[in-house]
Design a binder for this molecule. Sequence first.
Ligand code: B12
Length: 426
Amino acid sequence: MRIDLIRPGFAEGYQSPARMEPLALGILAALTPSRHEIRVFDERVEPLDLDGPVDLVAFSVCTFSARRAYQLAARYRERGVPVVMGGFHPTLLPDEVEAHADAVVIGDAEDTWPQVLADAEAGHLRRRYVSEGRPAQPAAPDRRVFRGKGYLPVRMVQFGRGCPRACEFCSIRAFYGGAVRHRPLSDVLAELEGARRVFFVDDNLMADRGALIALLRAIVPRKLRWSSQMDLSLADDPELLDLVRRSGCESLTIGFESLAEANLRQMGKAWNLAGSYEARLARLRAAGIMVYGTFLFGYDQDDPDVFRRTLAFAQGQKLFLANFNPLQPFPGTPLYERLAKEGRLVYDRWWLEPGYRWHEALVRPRGMDPETLTHGCRWARERFHGVRSILRRLPTRAHVRHLLVYLAANVVSCLDIRAKSRLGAR
Ligand code: B12
């Protein structure tokens, strides 16, 4: 069969400056027997070939790309080409997705995609395929499909899937439950061969302390530069922090979410309160690690002044990068259920709204109106990425040590914000 694997963009015409390898497409390619002919399209970085010769099309779909995926799928289905959809959105909302696809895959590809292919070849695709072990044992991607697409020189690598934490707003628990699964260390080390810069895409690299220690000890001699996502409790674990530092950690994305204790309790993230943000950030800075902080706005304690306070914190703490996001209720999360019950969703299904703009408020907060939420986030984001702020956040050991990365990442982030703000939709 001739198979097109597609990662749809946010919207037609949007090209991301933050080009990162889409691992799901690499894994689908690796799981496809060589008798099939595959083409891989990442709409964030290249145009699609909607009229090309193809026997089966598979989309990897997140909630923010669902509407675009449905538009594209309609074009293929008009031509009689069968469409398969998998990924976060199809897993969390299969009933909705089923109306736009010939087959929906729930969960991971490793134990479903080979069956999808066998059935498609035999001409009897089933409507649904459900992955058994969630999370499945992650496969290694076929990296040849990433070549020539202009991705950033950072190798995306997955060590494990899942997160033991249960934050109200996060899709990870809805997708995997609380389970965590790691790949054999030898497979991961083989995948790191020849890499200089790596991003471990794990939902929380600290999900299993013992497994992480084994990985880090193995990569100390390799002189890698790596980044990932962890939680703030790393700063309370001197032994692990030291190993993280020695193994070449350059930056970590950490969810601070809010400076208000009651908000953290409400979102199920009270464990973030185990120590002060300032003291823990000081330890991370002392270890030379750049911190990318993420913040959420729209929980019950937030008032119109919260943006100023949070921006002052992010700048004062000299964060490497920061995300100031209005609360996004993703389907399947406890947050979505609660806000729907409380009648506080601006749209029933925001991801289907043609008029929805990227980072527009999606909830009616208690302490401000939705417009204030939208503008406050935009204000903080633009201020944080301004030239003066970039220079003001520069003087830390970590930023000076990784000067080029610091500057390049801030510029790319700034361009991405502008590109998304110009979009008619998300
Ligand atoms: C790294 C990452 C990023 C990177 C970019 C990654 C990239 N390659 O471009 C950055 C940091 C830029 C990013 C940004 C964002 N991200 Co992000 N990101 C991730 C993260 C941590 C890992 C992605 C990854 O590589 N996964 C590994 C692959 C192998 O997993 P997978 O895609 O799920 O694929 C498996 C299955 O889903 C399935 N599958 C997937 N597609 C298909 C298709 C078929 C046909 C089949 C059969 C199976 C199948 O099989 C695969 C292998 O088993 C995920 C969390 C996660 N666990 O995936 C969040 C995640 C995807 N991101 C998320 C979000 C919300 C965002 C943002 C919107 C955040 C924001 N508010 O700005 C932005 C916007 C993204 C954009 N397009 O610009 C959410 C999506 C939730 C949802 N319901 O859609 C996730 C799930 C995180 C979360 N905690 O909820 N992200």
